[in-house]
Structure formats: structure tokens, C-alpha cells
Design a protein around this ligand. Structure first.
Ligand SMILES: [Zn+2]
Length: 110
């Protein structure tokens, strides 16, 4: 998995680097890519946790916590947002979601 991430970052960097003019990706993009490359890799840092129930030690790798590239961190952020909505914001009543789509000709009404 780590090799795929590194290869993806190299390819993206190469595609967006214009050596003739010296233009490269913006720093915030390369920071996101570097964060994604090190996300969840034990060799880049981890926390050592102990489970009292099962009496086992676990090594949990640090996450990148980026907002655009890493699907793992995006999924975690999305789950936390949904949990916050359910626990703190939405009232405890049945909720139904509707999606309204209009035909293309109705778009001309605006
Ligand atoms: Zn991540």
C-alpha cells in the first residue's frame, strides 16, 4: 500500500512539474501528498496502546489528518461529522430526506 502511495505522489508531482519554467505544485498540495504518503505507516510514528479487556498491546499508526487526499482520514472525518449531527445537532424526531430533481427545461424558470 505504501509503495502505491509513493508512486502516486511521484506521478502527480511529475505531471504537475514543468521543469522548463520551474513551476511545481503549490506547497499546500505537496504537504497533503506527503501527509498522505505517511498516513497509517507504523515506520512514520505510532502510539502504543494497551487494551485492558483483552490484555493486549496494539501499535496504532499516526494519521495524516489531511482534508483532501487521504480516503482513510476523510472517511473518519465524515463519520465524526455524522456522529456530531446525530448526537448534538439534530432533534430526536424521525427524519426523512427528500431529493428534488427538476427536468432540464424547468431550469430555465430561474
Ligand atoms: Zn490520512
Amino acid at each position: 500500500m505504501a509503495k502505491i502511495r509513493i508512486l502516486a505522489a511521484i506521478v502527480i508531482n511529475a505531471l504537475w512539474t514543468d521543469e522548463a519554467s520551474g513551476k511545481t505544485l503549490p506547497k499546500f498540495v505537496t504537504d497533503e501528498l506527503h501527509g498522505y504518503m505517511s498516513c497509517g505507516i507504523l515506520g512514520r510514528g505510532f502510539a502504543h496502546l494497551y487494551c485492558k479487556t483483552y490484555r493486549e498491546y496494539h501499535a496504532v499508526a499516526f494519521s495524516c489528518k489531511t482534508r483532501a487526499v487521504c480516503p482513510s482520514c476523510l472517511g473518519r472525518r465524515m463519520s465524526e461529522g455524522a456522529l456530531n449531527l446525530v448526537d448534538h445537532i439534530l432533534p430526536d424526531v424521525p427524519i426523512r430526506q427528500f431529493v428534488l430533481t427538476l427536468p432540464f427545461c424547468a431550469d430555465a424558470i430561474r
